[in-house]
Design a protein around this ligand. Structure first.
Ligand SMILES: C[S@@+](CC[C@H](N)C(=O)[O-])C[C@H]1O[C@@H](n2cnc3c(N)ncnc32)[C@H](O)[C@@H]1O
Length: 236
């Protein structure tokens, strides 16, 4: 049987996550009212003041669904180049570096990138502050392995196609892309951020010349959450 202090700390962590998610919805709505769909990310990371518990997607561990998949196939970088889109605090970039990838990881938020650099000061990772919609030219078609976890879902639904187009263009010929996201049915209504992806949304990756080669549905680790999808694409 679990010790009562373990139960207490699990309950406290669940409360903190619920509070952090509420804060995300409030701050996203506050910026959206001003017509700013992106400013809330930097505001959230800045107001966190280094407290990871206030960032609902951050836990200083690789994403559990991505890790499960990577472990299951024995993913190895063997010196291949990887790009982590919207890397946040850099936990997945760090995991890919451990697996032997040469990693570039970027985020729109300078506060997130400064935090990631402090957490993972290692030469195998280049962290950059950059906007997905205005990337460095040299990144286009340049990466053997592109990883996108939870960056599409908090961006406005009406931007979905342009977000997907922007991510797809990083994948090199013979390269691959892995997307981890909340999933929903094509006809399922969505309300508060984050807005899960449907199969119809995902088909836009194929319109960008990628081929879906795997679509795994993981039951969520938390009750009441949507399934998580891990979708893998290749180019060429
Ligand atoms: C929900 S968080 C996920 C972070 C990280 N992938 C993870 O799973 O921990 C989305 C991230 O995307 C970043 N982001 C949002 N819009 C972006 C853009 N246009 N360009 C680059 N990064 C962006 C945010 O700053 C945030 O760190």
């Amino acid at each position: 049987m679990e010790h009562s202090s373990e139960i207490d700390s699990a309950a406290a962590a669940a409360d903190a996550k619920a509070a952090a998610r509420e804060r995300v919805q409030a701050i996203q709505a506050e910026f959206a009212k001003k017509g700013d769909a992106l400013g809330w990310f930097e505001a959230l990371y800045s107001e966190a003041g280094g407290d990871v518990s206030t960032i609902p997607w951050a836990d200083l561990e690789p994403n559990p669904y991505f890790k499960r998949w990577a472990d299951s196939i024995g993913l190895k970088g063997d010196g291949r180049s990887a790009l982590v889109v919207g890397c946040g605090l850099g936990d997945d970039a760090n995991f890919l570096a451990d697996l032997g990838f040469k990693v570039t990881a970027f985020d729109l938020s300078p506060a997130a990138i400064a935090w990631a650099k402090k957490l993972y000061p290692r030469s195998e990772i280049t962290f950059e502050t950059a906007n997905l919609f205005e990337p460095f030219r040299g990144w286009l078609g340049a990466f053997d392995f592109v990883l996108e976890i939870y960056t599409i879902q908090p961006l406005p639904l009406e931007w979905r196609e342009k977000v997907i187009d922007s991510i797809a263009r990083f994948v090199a010929e013979k390269g691959e892309l892995v997307v981890v996201t909340r999933g929903r049915e094509d006809d399922e209504a969505v309300n508060a951020v984050p807005w899960p992806l449907s199969r119809k949304d995902l088909s836009r990756f194929e319109a960008n010349g990628l081929t879906e080669v795997e679509h795994i549905i993981y039951p969520p680790e938390e009750e009441g959450e949507p399934d998580r999808w891990l979708v893998r694409y290749t180019r060429g």
